[in-house]
Design a protein around this ligand. Structure first.
Ligand code: ATP
Length: 367
């Protein structure tokens, strides 16, 4: 089957600096939502703009459906209007002098491709889909930010483009609305069977919306995988850290056994960890793990340690514990409204599957 979007070795070099996009390749099968996630400046917006045709790539190839839309080596560049894409941006791109209905009908009246059929029926169906059925005749400027963004979404969905591009569409909304629209967006996109490429720096949006998440850093795509794999099998220490595995234990590789490694943590003892990288015996390693995966008060069958709680921070719905482990520090998170552990010595378990060892590129090590 042809991918709805295929990006091969995409490079974008602006006049100055390092390449904003540096050899990125991935595909999006029809009906799938791929989210590009990464910190500010990692190149996710530039990638999306290259797909839209708003940026001219320096190298590589982009195909939408079975049509190549950009291949600079052959001097090929299809204009944005000819790409059959929809776009939703951070700012609510709506026509302020029109009603909601007129805004959503606009692309059907002004695009070559409208698929035929009755414009009013299509507009009504799309407004229902985005939850604005009762607002059709209102001036668009009388709507709230969240509603305006629904209008922008409806306007991009109404002509059923081959591909929908969304660049941080929720970031201008207040926190509560952002969460509601985030959850609804997935339902809406899935209901229409739309293929989507979505850009965000917000992990929770990426996890809720994406069938797959691509984590980017410095113009490179570090990992592209379903959310659960990104969260449970991060291929790279940056991916682990960016998605919230904030605990890092430093050590040295003692032994390898398949995709597991035994790491010497110095005074803390030895730890078993999963490793996606070809670590060798003697290598310095960083073991990453999430605060929520530290099992305080438990003596498990593997990776059982004795630590010391040095500080507790009660946060109402959860408690964060600072734990000392052989001269290193860990944070442990306990969900629930009651803190069950006190300061002082405590057994704890770090489940081997939830400990991930990466090569330590930094200088620090435990001798
Ligand atoms: N028009 C431009 N001219 C020069 N450099 C640019 C231009 N647009 C982006 N860049 C640079 O390219 C790199 C990637 O930017 P890009 O906007 O793609 O990152 P991003 O991950 O989307 O970040 P953000 O979330 O802040 O938008 C950055 O270093 C940025 O400064």
């Amino acid at each position: 089957m042809t991918s709805a979007l295929l990006i091969e070795d995409l490079v974008k070099q602006f006049a100055t600096g390092k390449p904003a996009v540096d050899g990125v390749s991935f595909d999006v099968p029809a009906g799938e939502i791929v989210v590009l996630l990464g910190p500010s400046g990692c190149g996710k917006t530039t990638t999306l703009r290259c797909v839209a045709g708003l940026e001219h790539p320096t190298g590589g190839r982009i195909s939408i459906g079975d049509r190549v839309v950009s291949e600079p080596q052959r001097g090929l560049l299809v204009s944005p209007r000819e790409r059959d894409i929809g776009m939703v941006f951070q700012s609510y791109a709506v026509w302020p002098h029109m009603t909601v209905r007129q805004n959503v009908a606009y692309p059907l009246k002004h695009r070559r491709k409208n698929g035929g059929g009755d414009i009013n029926t299509k507009v009504n169906e799309t407004l229902e889909l985005v939850g604005l059925g009762d607002y059709a005749e209102r001036p668009v400027t009388s709507l709230s930010g969240g509603q305006m963004q629904r209008v922008a979404l409806a306007r991009s969905l109404v002509y059923r483009p081959q591909l929908l591009l969304l660049d941080e569409p929720l970031s201008n909304l207040d926190a509560k609305l952002r969460i509601r629209l985030r959850d609804e967006l997935r339902r809406i996109l899935k209901q229409t069977g739309m293929t989507g490429l979505y850009v965000t720096h917000d992990q929770s949006e990426a996890v809720v919306l994406g069938d797959r998440i691509g984590v980017m850093k410095d113009g490179k795509l570090l990992q592209m995988a379903p959310p659960a794999e990104i969260y449970n099998r991060p291929a790279d220490s940056f991916v682990a850290n960016f998605t919230g595995a904030s605990n890092i234990l430093l050590g040295k590789v003692l032994a390898r056994n398949g995709d597991k490694a035994t790491i010497d943590l110095g005074a803390a003892g030895r730890i078993e960890a999963w490793t996606p990288q070809p670590l060798a015996v003697g290598d310095k390693a960083r073991v990453a793990l999430r605060a929520e995966n530290v099992r305080l008060g438990e003596k498990g069958p593997a990776n059982a340690f004795s630590g010391r709680v040095v500080e507790r921070r009660y946060q109402g719905m959860q408690t964060v514990y600072d734990v000392e482990l052989g001269g290193q520090r860990l944070e442990a998170l306990e969900l629930g409204t009651a803190a069950r552990h006190n300061d002082g010595e405590i057994p704890l378990t770090l489940p081997p599957d939830q400990c991930w060892a990466y090569r330590d590129e930094g200088a620090t090590s435990v001798e």
